[in-house]
Design a protein around this ligand. Structure first.
Ligand SMILES: Nc1ncnc2c1ncn2[C@@H]1O[C@H](COP(=O)(O)OP(=O)(O)OP(=O)(O)O)[C@@H](O)[C@H]1O
Ligand SMILES: [Mg+2]
Length: 158
């Protein structure tokens, strides 16, 4: 599905709607260039999961954990990861196959480590409108997220 939003508030609102639908074990890859709005979208997801803490871009901490109403959100920002040893140290499988929702920014850095099935959210800047974004949501893998995407489509009528 594809949505055009006109402000960071709208990006957060879409994230919040999705956050309300996510289940433990769900993995999301949030991509887009620097400043595209990945963290902004994850802030919305957190709100949708009942998290009141401010979600920020971790500076040196790669993984941030937040307690939601029902289950945790693991926010991974892999931007500063360098090398296989550092990646191994994170124990990513514990998150991906754990009891929470995992959202990953800069998943390019952990290529090959992602689970086979995940939901993707791709944010794209619009050159003519600094506050507009094209957001594409879909899935990779064998259909695990088809139901979720359909639900989202119905809820946001897009
Ligand atoms: N429609 C929009 N959606 C999201 N962010 C927007 C939008 N319009 C403007 N912005 C601004 O763009 C910036 C996006 O920052 P954000 O930290 O979310 O990006 P990011 O993709 O996580 O960047 P990074 O690659 O550094 O992690 C914010 O300053 C936000 O206010
Ligand atoms: Mg970010």
């Amino acid at each position: 599905m594809e949505i055009l939003v006109k402000s960071s508030a709208e990006t957060q609102q879409l994230g919040r709607t999705l956050g309300q639908l996510l289940q433990p074990g769900d993995v999301l890859v949030v991509s887009g260039e620097l400043g595209a709005g990945k963290t902004t979208f994850v802030q919305g997801i957190a709100a949708g999961m009942g998290i009141e803490a401010q979600v920020t871009s971790p500076t040196f901490t790669i993984i941030h954990e937040y307690q939601g109403d029902e289950y945790p959100l693991y926010h991974i920002d892999a931007y500063r990861l360098e090398g296989a040893a550092e990646i191994d140290e994170l124990g990513l499988e514990d998150y991906f196959y754990g009891d929470g929702v995992t959202a990953v920014e800069w998943a390019e850095k952990i290529e090959g480590q992602l689970p086979p099935d995940y939901l993707y959210v791709k944010l794209e800047k619009m050159p003519a409108h600094p506050d507009h974004r094209r957001i594409r949501i879909g899935e990779e893998g064998s259909g695990t997220y088809a139901g979720l995407i359909e639900e989202l489509r119905q809820v946001c009528r897009c």
